[in-house]
Design a binder for this molecule. Structure first.
Ligand SMILES: *Cc1c(COP(=O)(O)O)cnc(C)c1O
Length: 364
């Protein structure tokens, strides 16, 4: 048995003829950066997300950095997020010159706790809060938005793991100031290389982000805004994303189907299944279980040819580059317990069943 934890190659094989011809058309067209494929993708992705504007950029980290820069956030400002996320979220804050602060998680989930956010904002103000919809499970955005709003902090979403997820019917990323997406190959919507996007319905912010992604240009060769960077989306990646975007809803539905299979098959075992809040339509970027016996279980599955991953083994506030001295007991406990099972749309029912059977065989 050999079941990988993820399989970006399977995304290519599923749509091979369409992807090959889209790539060939771009190569033959002679325009490779910020052309009509990027413009078409931006329009289609904005519509998919329920936002007025999407701005393509080089990766998900840059998407968050561009939003922060577009909001005028920089040295002297503090931006809050969580510590159980891709280090990219915190790196984007630091790249702007701002200081990251880390907020504890809710009791029974993987997202920022609105109560902990309130406490943090009472103690020290922050210019912005970046909410992460980790693993494709929507965070409690209405409560977090209300809390941030009471303290005058801007609300930004990191949707790098949540393309197409909804809460009470509202797509993630569409009900805050702006959101960043990544199209890293393993994400729910993945490029074949790096890519990212900002979505926003704030036209003034969209205009600033569009300028900032290319040297601060508002017209060619004339930098109007300071703080511009080079973070563009390729025509090639945009063309490949345009092929996949119409299939994203079905791919997410397949992930939900596999998650339901895992939920049913693993019920009754002494481990925590993914917590989905009422009203949420998750997209299971990862299917994550939690158990204090994580390392043992991981080795047991590896010996049976089943790939797993740990997202993430060390919380950001404990990493050498980010150490702040703060303690986050729940975040730290979860980092020792989380285990991501195989999850990708091409995973077959029989393979999910084999994963379930192996976990049930584990000497609990
Ligand atoms: C992948 C990811 C990012 C960063 O995206 P890149 O495209 O790798 O820069 C940011 N936040 C989260 C939660 C991610 O999963």
């Amino acid at each position: 048995m050999n079941i990988p934890q993820c399989s970006p190659l399977s995304s290519y094989l599923a749509l091979r003829p369409e992807l090959d011809s889209a790539a060939a058309a771009v190569l033959a067209a002679g325009n490779y950066i910020l052309g009509d494929r990027v413009a078409a993708f931006e329009q289609a992705f904005a519509a998919f997300c329920g936002a007025a504007q999407a701005i393509g950029c080089a990766n998900g980290t840059d998407a968050l950095e561009l939003i922060l820069r577009g909001c005028g956030i920089g040295p002297g400002d503090r931006v809050l997020t969580v510590a159980n996320t891709a280090v990219a979220t915190a790196a984007a804050i630091v790249r702007c010159g701002a200081e990251p602060g880390f907020v504890e998680l809710e009791e029974s989930g993987y997202a920022m706790s609105p109560a902990a956010l309130e406490l943090e904002l009472q103690q020290r103000p922050a210019r912005a809060v970046i909410v992460v919809h980790l693993f494709g499970l929507p965070a409690d955005l209405p409560a977090l938005r209300a809390t941030a709003g009471r303290y005058g902090a801007l609300l930004i979403e990191d949707c790098a793991q949540a393309h197409g997820a909804r809460l009470h019917g509202v797509p993630v990323g569409s009900a805050s100031l702006a959101a960043g997406f990544s199209f890293y190959p393993t994400k729910n919507l993945g490029a074949f290389g790096d890519g990212g996007a900002v979505i926003t319905s704030d036209e003034a912010l969209a205009t600033r982000v569009r300028a900032l992604r290319q040297y601060g240009w508002q017209e060619r060769y004339i930098s109007a805004l300071p703080g511009g960077i080079n973070s563009r989306l390729d025509e090639l990646q945009a063309a490949l994303l345009l092929v996949q975007l119409p299939k994203l809803a079905a791919a997410n539905a397949r992930r939900r189907e596999l998650a339901a299979r895992y939920d049913a098959g693993l019920a009754g075992l002494p481990l925590q299944l993914p917590p989905v809040r009422p009203g949420a339509e998750p997209v299971y970027h990862q299917y994550v279980i939690a158990t204090p016996r994580r390392e043992e279980l991981r080795r047991f599955l590896a010996a049976r040819g089943i790939g797993t991953a740990v997202h993430y083994p060390q919380p950001i506030h404990l990493q050498p580059a980010f150490r702040t001295g703060v303690r986050l007991p729940r975040t730290e406990k979860l980092a020792g317990e989380v285990l991501s099972l195989p999850m990708f749309p091409a995973l077959r029912d029989e393979e999910a069943d084999a994963v379930i059977a192996a976990i049930r065989e584990f000497p609990w």
